[in-house]
Each structure stands twice: as C-alpha cells, then as structure tokens.
Write a protein that binds this ligand. Structure first.
Ligand code: TRP
Length: 334
C-alpha cells in the first residue's frame, strides 16, 4: 500500500461564504497546505442536488474559488479546481452507486434534514450525494479529509464504500480508508440568532451570520445584536452546557484569536458579554475584512479565476485518469 498522504476536501458553491465556512473549513485547509499535498475542490455537482439558478451557480463557483485564494490557499501548492470539470468524479460516482447500499444511504441524517417532510419530492441526486462525495475522495485515493462535524457520517460512509469495493473485487488496500480531520476547537460555527443551529447561508436573517464580504459596520452591528443570555462569562466550560449562544460566541472568539476555550474563559471569567462582543468585533474586522476585500477584487477578474481553475483541473485530471484506468480494469469494464 502506498503511504503517501493526500488531503482532499470540497466546498459547495451555493452562495456567500461566511464565517462558518472560514473557521470551520477553509482556515484549516490553509494550515494543511503547509504540511501535506492538498486538493481543494469547488463541488458544483453537489450544489445542483438542489436547484441552482445557472447564472448564480456560475458566479458562485468563481466566488468560492476567490474565497479560497483570499483566505490564503495557494494554487502553486495545492490543487484548486471545480468538480464538474473533471468528469471522473461523475464516472466513479456511478461505479460507487453500484457498491454503496440503499440501507446505508437511508441512515444519512443530512438527507433526512435536507429533504424535509416530503422525501418523495427530493432529487435522486440529493439522496445519493454521499456516494458522489465518496467518489471525490476515492478518485484521488485521498487519505485525509478535513470536514466539519456534520460531514462525519458521510465520511464514514466513504470508508464503508472503499472497504466494500476492496472486498468485492478482492483488491485489499486498493482504496485507502480516508481519515476525517475534524478540528478540535470549532467544528461547528453556529447561527448568531440561535446557538443550536449551524451558521448557514440559507437562514433567512442576515443577522444570523457574518459573511466574509461584510463591511466593518455590518460586522459590528451583527455581533452587537448576536443573541446571548443575561449571565456573565463563566469560569469553566461546564457552565456553558445549556448556554448555546454564549458558547458559540466564545468559541468563535477563541478560534479567531487561535486560542482554546479555556484560555478565553480564564481571561474573561466574570466579565459581561458586551466586553467579549466588542473584542470579537475588533478581531473579526482585523481578520475578515481583508479577506472580503480580496474576494471582491478577485471576483472582478473572472478570467484570472478561470485560469486558476483550469490549471487545477489539468493537474487533477492526470491523477484522476491514472486511477480511473485501474478502477475500470478492476471492475471489468473494457
Ligand atoms: N458534502 C460536503 C459539504 O457539504 C462537501 C464535499 C463534497 C466534500 N465532496 C467532498 C467534503 C469531499 C470533503 C470531501 O460540506
């Protein structure tokens, strides 16, 4: 078995990038690129599992690419590309559709959440979305996958699919079993209006999230209005157990200053949340504003972004074809 480490992760181009995407994923991508070979993919085929306006989709693919670059991903170090431009993702997804089991997919909690009450009306794509995610990873034999906690179940499914493929075709260790890299500190950034819900671009109120393109005024206003409770900042984490909004703000602050929760609690215990909020607004302005500015500049130059994606696609395609050739052979396709 090859012992080469390869990181793969994907972000869906479904709208404005926000602080949850940055702290929960992209910031981690940037630190991984310093130590390992990495591939970062704008997963446009995943995005269309729910209807996307074609014009918006095109814009969002470029904007997500801009978000990657503005946050510090380097197209010379990492392979940055969009999923649909390497057709091997769709091809391997089909093969894996035939390996994966209906019973496995039926356990996926994200499908249940996203499909809502009327499952019959959800697209088939949404249902088999985790198989496509497995294809993304296995197409390159990636070994490490940085994801948020909400994707852990999908990653476990990818491992099951890899294992079943290896067993069915008696090719022990052909696909490595991908390991999740879930950040310790903050694997979920929650809504600023409801600490039990993930920060999301689909939540109606813009006050629920900090968008990477927000200006200083918006950041200050949103943090000021963020829901908390009337109690001061406690001494230890235990006392935050039933205070999701308080925990979320402290987590966001800790992660943005790159410290752990304990450190922030020891610094701020007994203080009011207004104290934390003003510090948080300051640090977000310092860290997020330049990223937003750079996203805006980069999105003005779509041909530059297209060039970045094209270069990434070329590199990714070579790896994909190499593996696909073996996969077709293993399966018995001519
Ligand atoms: N499903 C992931 C999400 O919504 C995105 C994704 C698609 C992904 N393919 C992937 C993440 C492969 C990691 C690896 O967040």
């Amino acid at each position: 078995m090859s012992d080469k480490k390869l990181v793969f992760s994907g972000v869906q181009p479904t709208g404005n990038l926000h602080l949850g995407n940055y702290l929960g994923a992209i910031k981690n991508f940037v630190s991984l690129q310093k130590k390992m070979n990495c591939m970062y993919c704008v997963v446009d085929l995943h995005a269309i599992t729910t209807f996307q306006n074609p014009k918006d989709l095109r814009k969002n693919i470029l904007e997500t690419t801009a978000g990657f670059l503005a946050s510090g991903l380097d197209a010379e170090k990492s392979i940055i590309f969009n999923q649909s431009s390497v057709s091997g993702h769709a091809e391997l997804a089909w093969i894996l559709n035939c390996v994966s089991r209906i019973g496995w997919l039926n356990r996926m909690t994200q499908f249940k959440d996203k499909a809502g009450k009327d499952k019959e009306k959800a697209s088939v794509g949404l249902y088999i979305y985790p198989n496509l995610m497995a294809a993304d990873i296995l197409l390159y034999k990636a070994t490490h996958v940085p994801v948020g906690a909400d994707q852990k179940q999908h990653l476990e499914l990818s491992r099951d699919i890899a294992q079943k493929f290896n067993n069915d075709f008696q090719k022990e260790n052909f696909f490595p079993l991908p390991e999740p890299l879930i950040q310790k500190n903050i694997s979920r950034v929650m809504s600023l209006r409801d600490g039990t819900k993930k920060m999301s671009k689909s939540e109606e109120s813009d006050y629920s999230r900090i968008n990477l393109k927000d200006n200083a005024d918006e950041i200050v206003k949103k943090i000021k209005k963020a829901k908390t409770d009337s109690k001061p900042i406690p001494e230890n984490e235990r006392e935050l157990k039933d205070r999701p909004e308080a925990l979320n703000l402290i987590n966001i602050y800790a992660d943005t200053i790159e410290e752990n929760l304990e450190f922030v609690l020891s610094e701020m215990a007994g203080k009011d949340f207004s104290h934390l909020k003003s510090k948080l607004a300051d640090i977000l302005i310092e860290k997020i504003l330049p990223i937003g500015k750079s996203i805006k500049e980069l999105t003005n130059d779509s041909s530059f972004l297209e060039k970045i994606l094209k270069k990434g696609t070329e590199k990714a395609s070579i790896k994909a074809e190499e593996n696909l050739k073996k996969i077709r052979e293993i399966v018995g396709l001519l």
